[in-house]
Design a protein around this ligand. Sequence first.
Ligand code: RUB
Length: 288
Amino acid sequence: MYPKVLAMVTLERAVREIESVRVQGAKQIAVYGLQFLRQVALEQGFDERFDKIADRLRKVRPTAVVLHNCIEMIKQERKLSTIDRLMAYLSEESSEKIAKHSDRVLRSGMTVMTHCHSGEALQFLKHGHGRHGKKLSVIATETKPLEQGIKTAKELTQARIPVTLILDNAVGFFMKDVDAVVVGADALRREGVVNKIGTSLLAFSAKHYHKPFYVVANALKVDRRKDFSIEERPAMEVYRQITTAKRKSLHGIKIRNPAFDVTPWEYVTAVITDEGVMKPSQMKERLK
Ligand code: RUB
């Protein structure tokens, strides 16, 4: 089915890296996918085998829209320079532009709550803390079941941002102490912001305590797909976190493990994009 055994092995490895969440976050998944597709294009050009490989990659984590949007553009233009342009945009240009808006959102001394591990949200916070000299502190949720929040906490600590790691179910307890919530996005849709499961609970809690809720997302996260689904991950990810003794008594019990949820626009204060800080009304207009 795939052209070369070598390419197939490598493809399967790329799929595993994304599927296992070792490569995670919508932007990183896209950058990783683009690097792989660049190699495929160099080897065999942009023929229909390229399309098959691209389609296989984009289905691995179907909710995140960036890789999908990139593949659509590549299929139209069929040029290496398109891949290079997209990689440059994702790796540098978009984050530099997003960072410029940190003055509009971040103030010195702020405590920010975040969820999961969003490369874009973290770059924004690190930029504000470092280059703009705003001393921030962050409350990071652990993010069950895969605990990407620990990755977030480590990364922030390395950037010398004081961080407190909390359980997901402590969000309501700590919300009164934060000045803002800043999260990333897998997709910006008409229905709202798609991001790691539990994000909507931060948003509901933020609204209750009158705290601003910001989403950091580059323009390739705009999602106009009709065919959209929330990825449901293996029950085992939930199951293996339950102690062995308790697991034995769980036979016959259904476990659900959706990876993302949708936060309706009415809970969002603004989306910080490389094209500007957008109000939900502007985003909705754009998504029409
Ligand atoms: C990651 C997640 C991130 C968004 C945005 O989920 O929900 O908040 O993908 O990330 P998972 P980024 O760990 O399941 O991939 O800002 O890096 O694009």
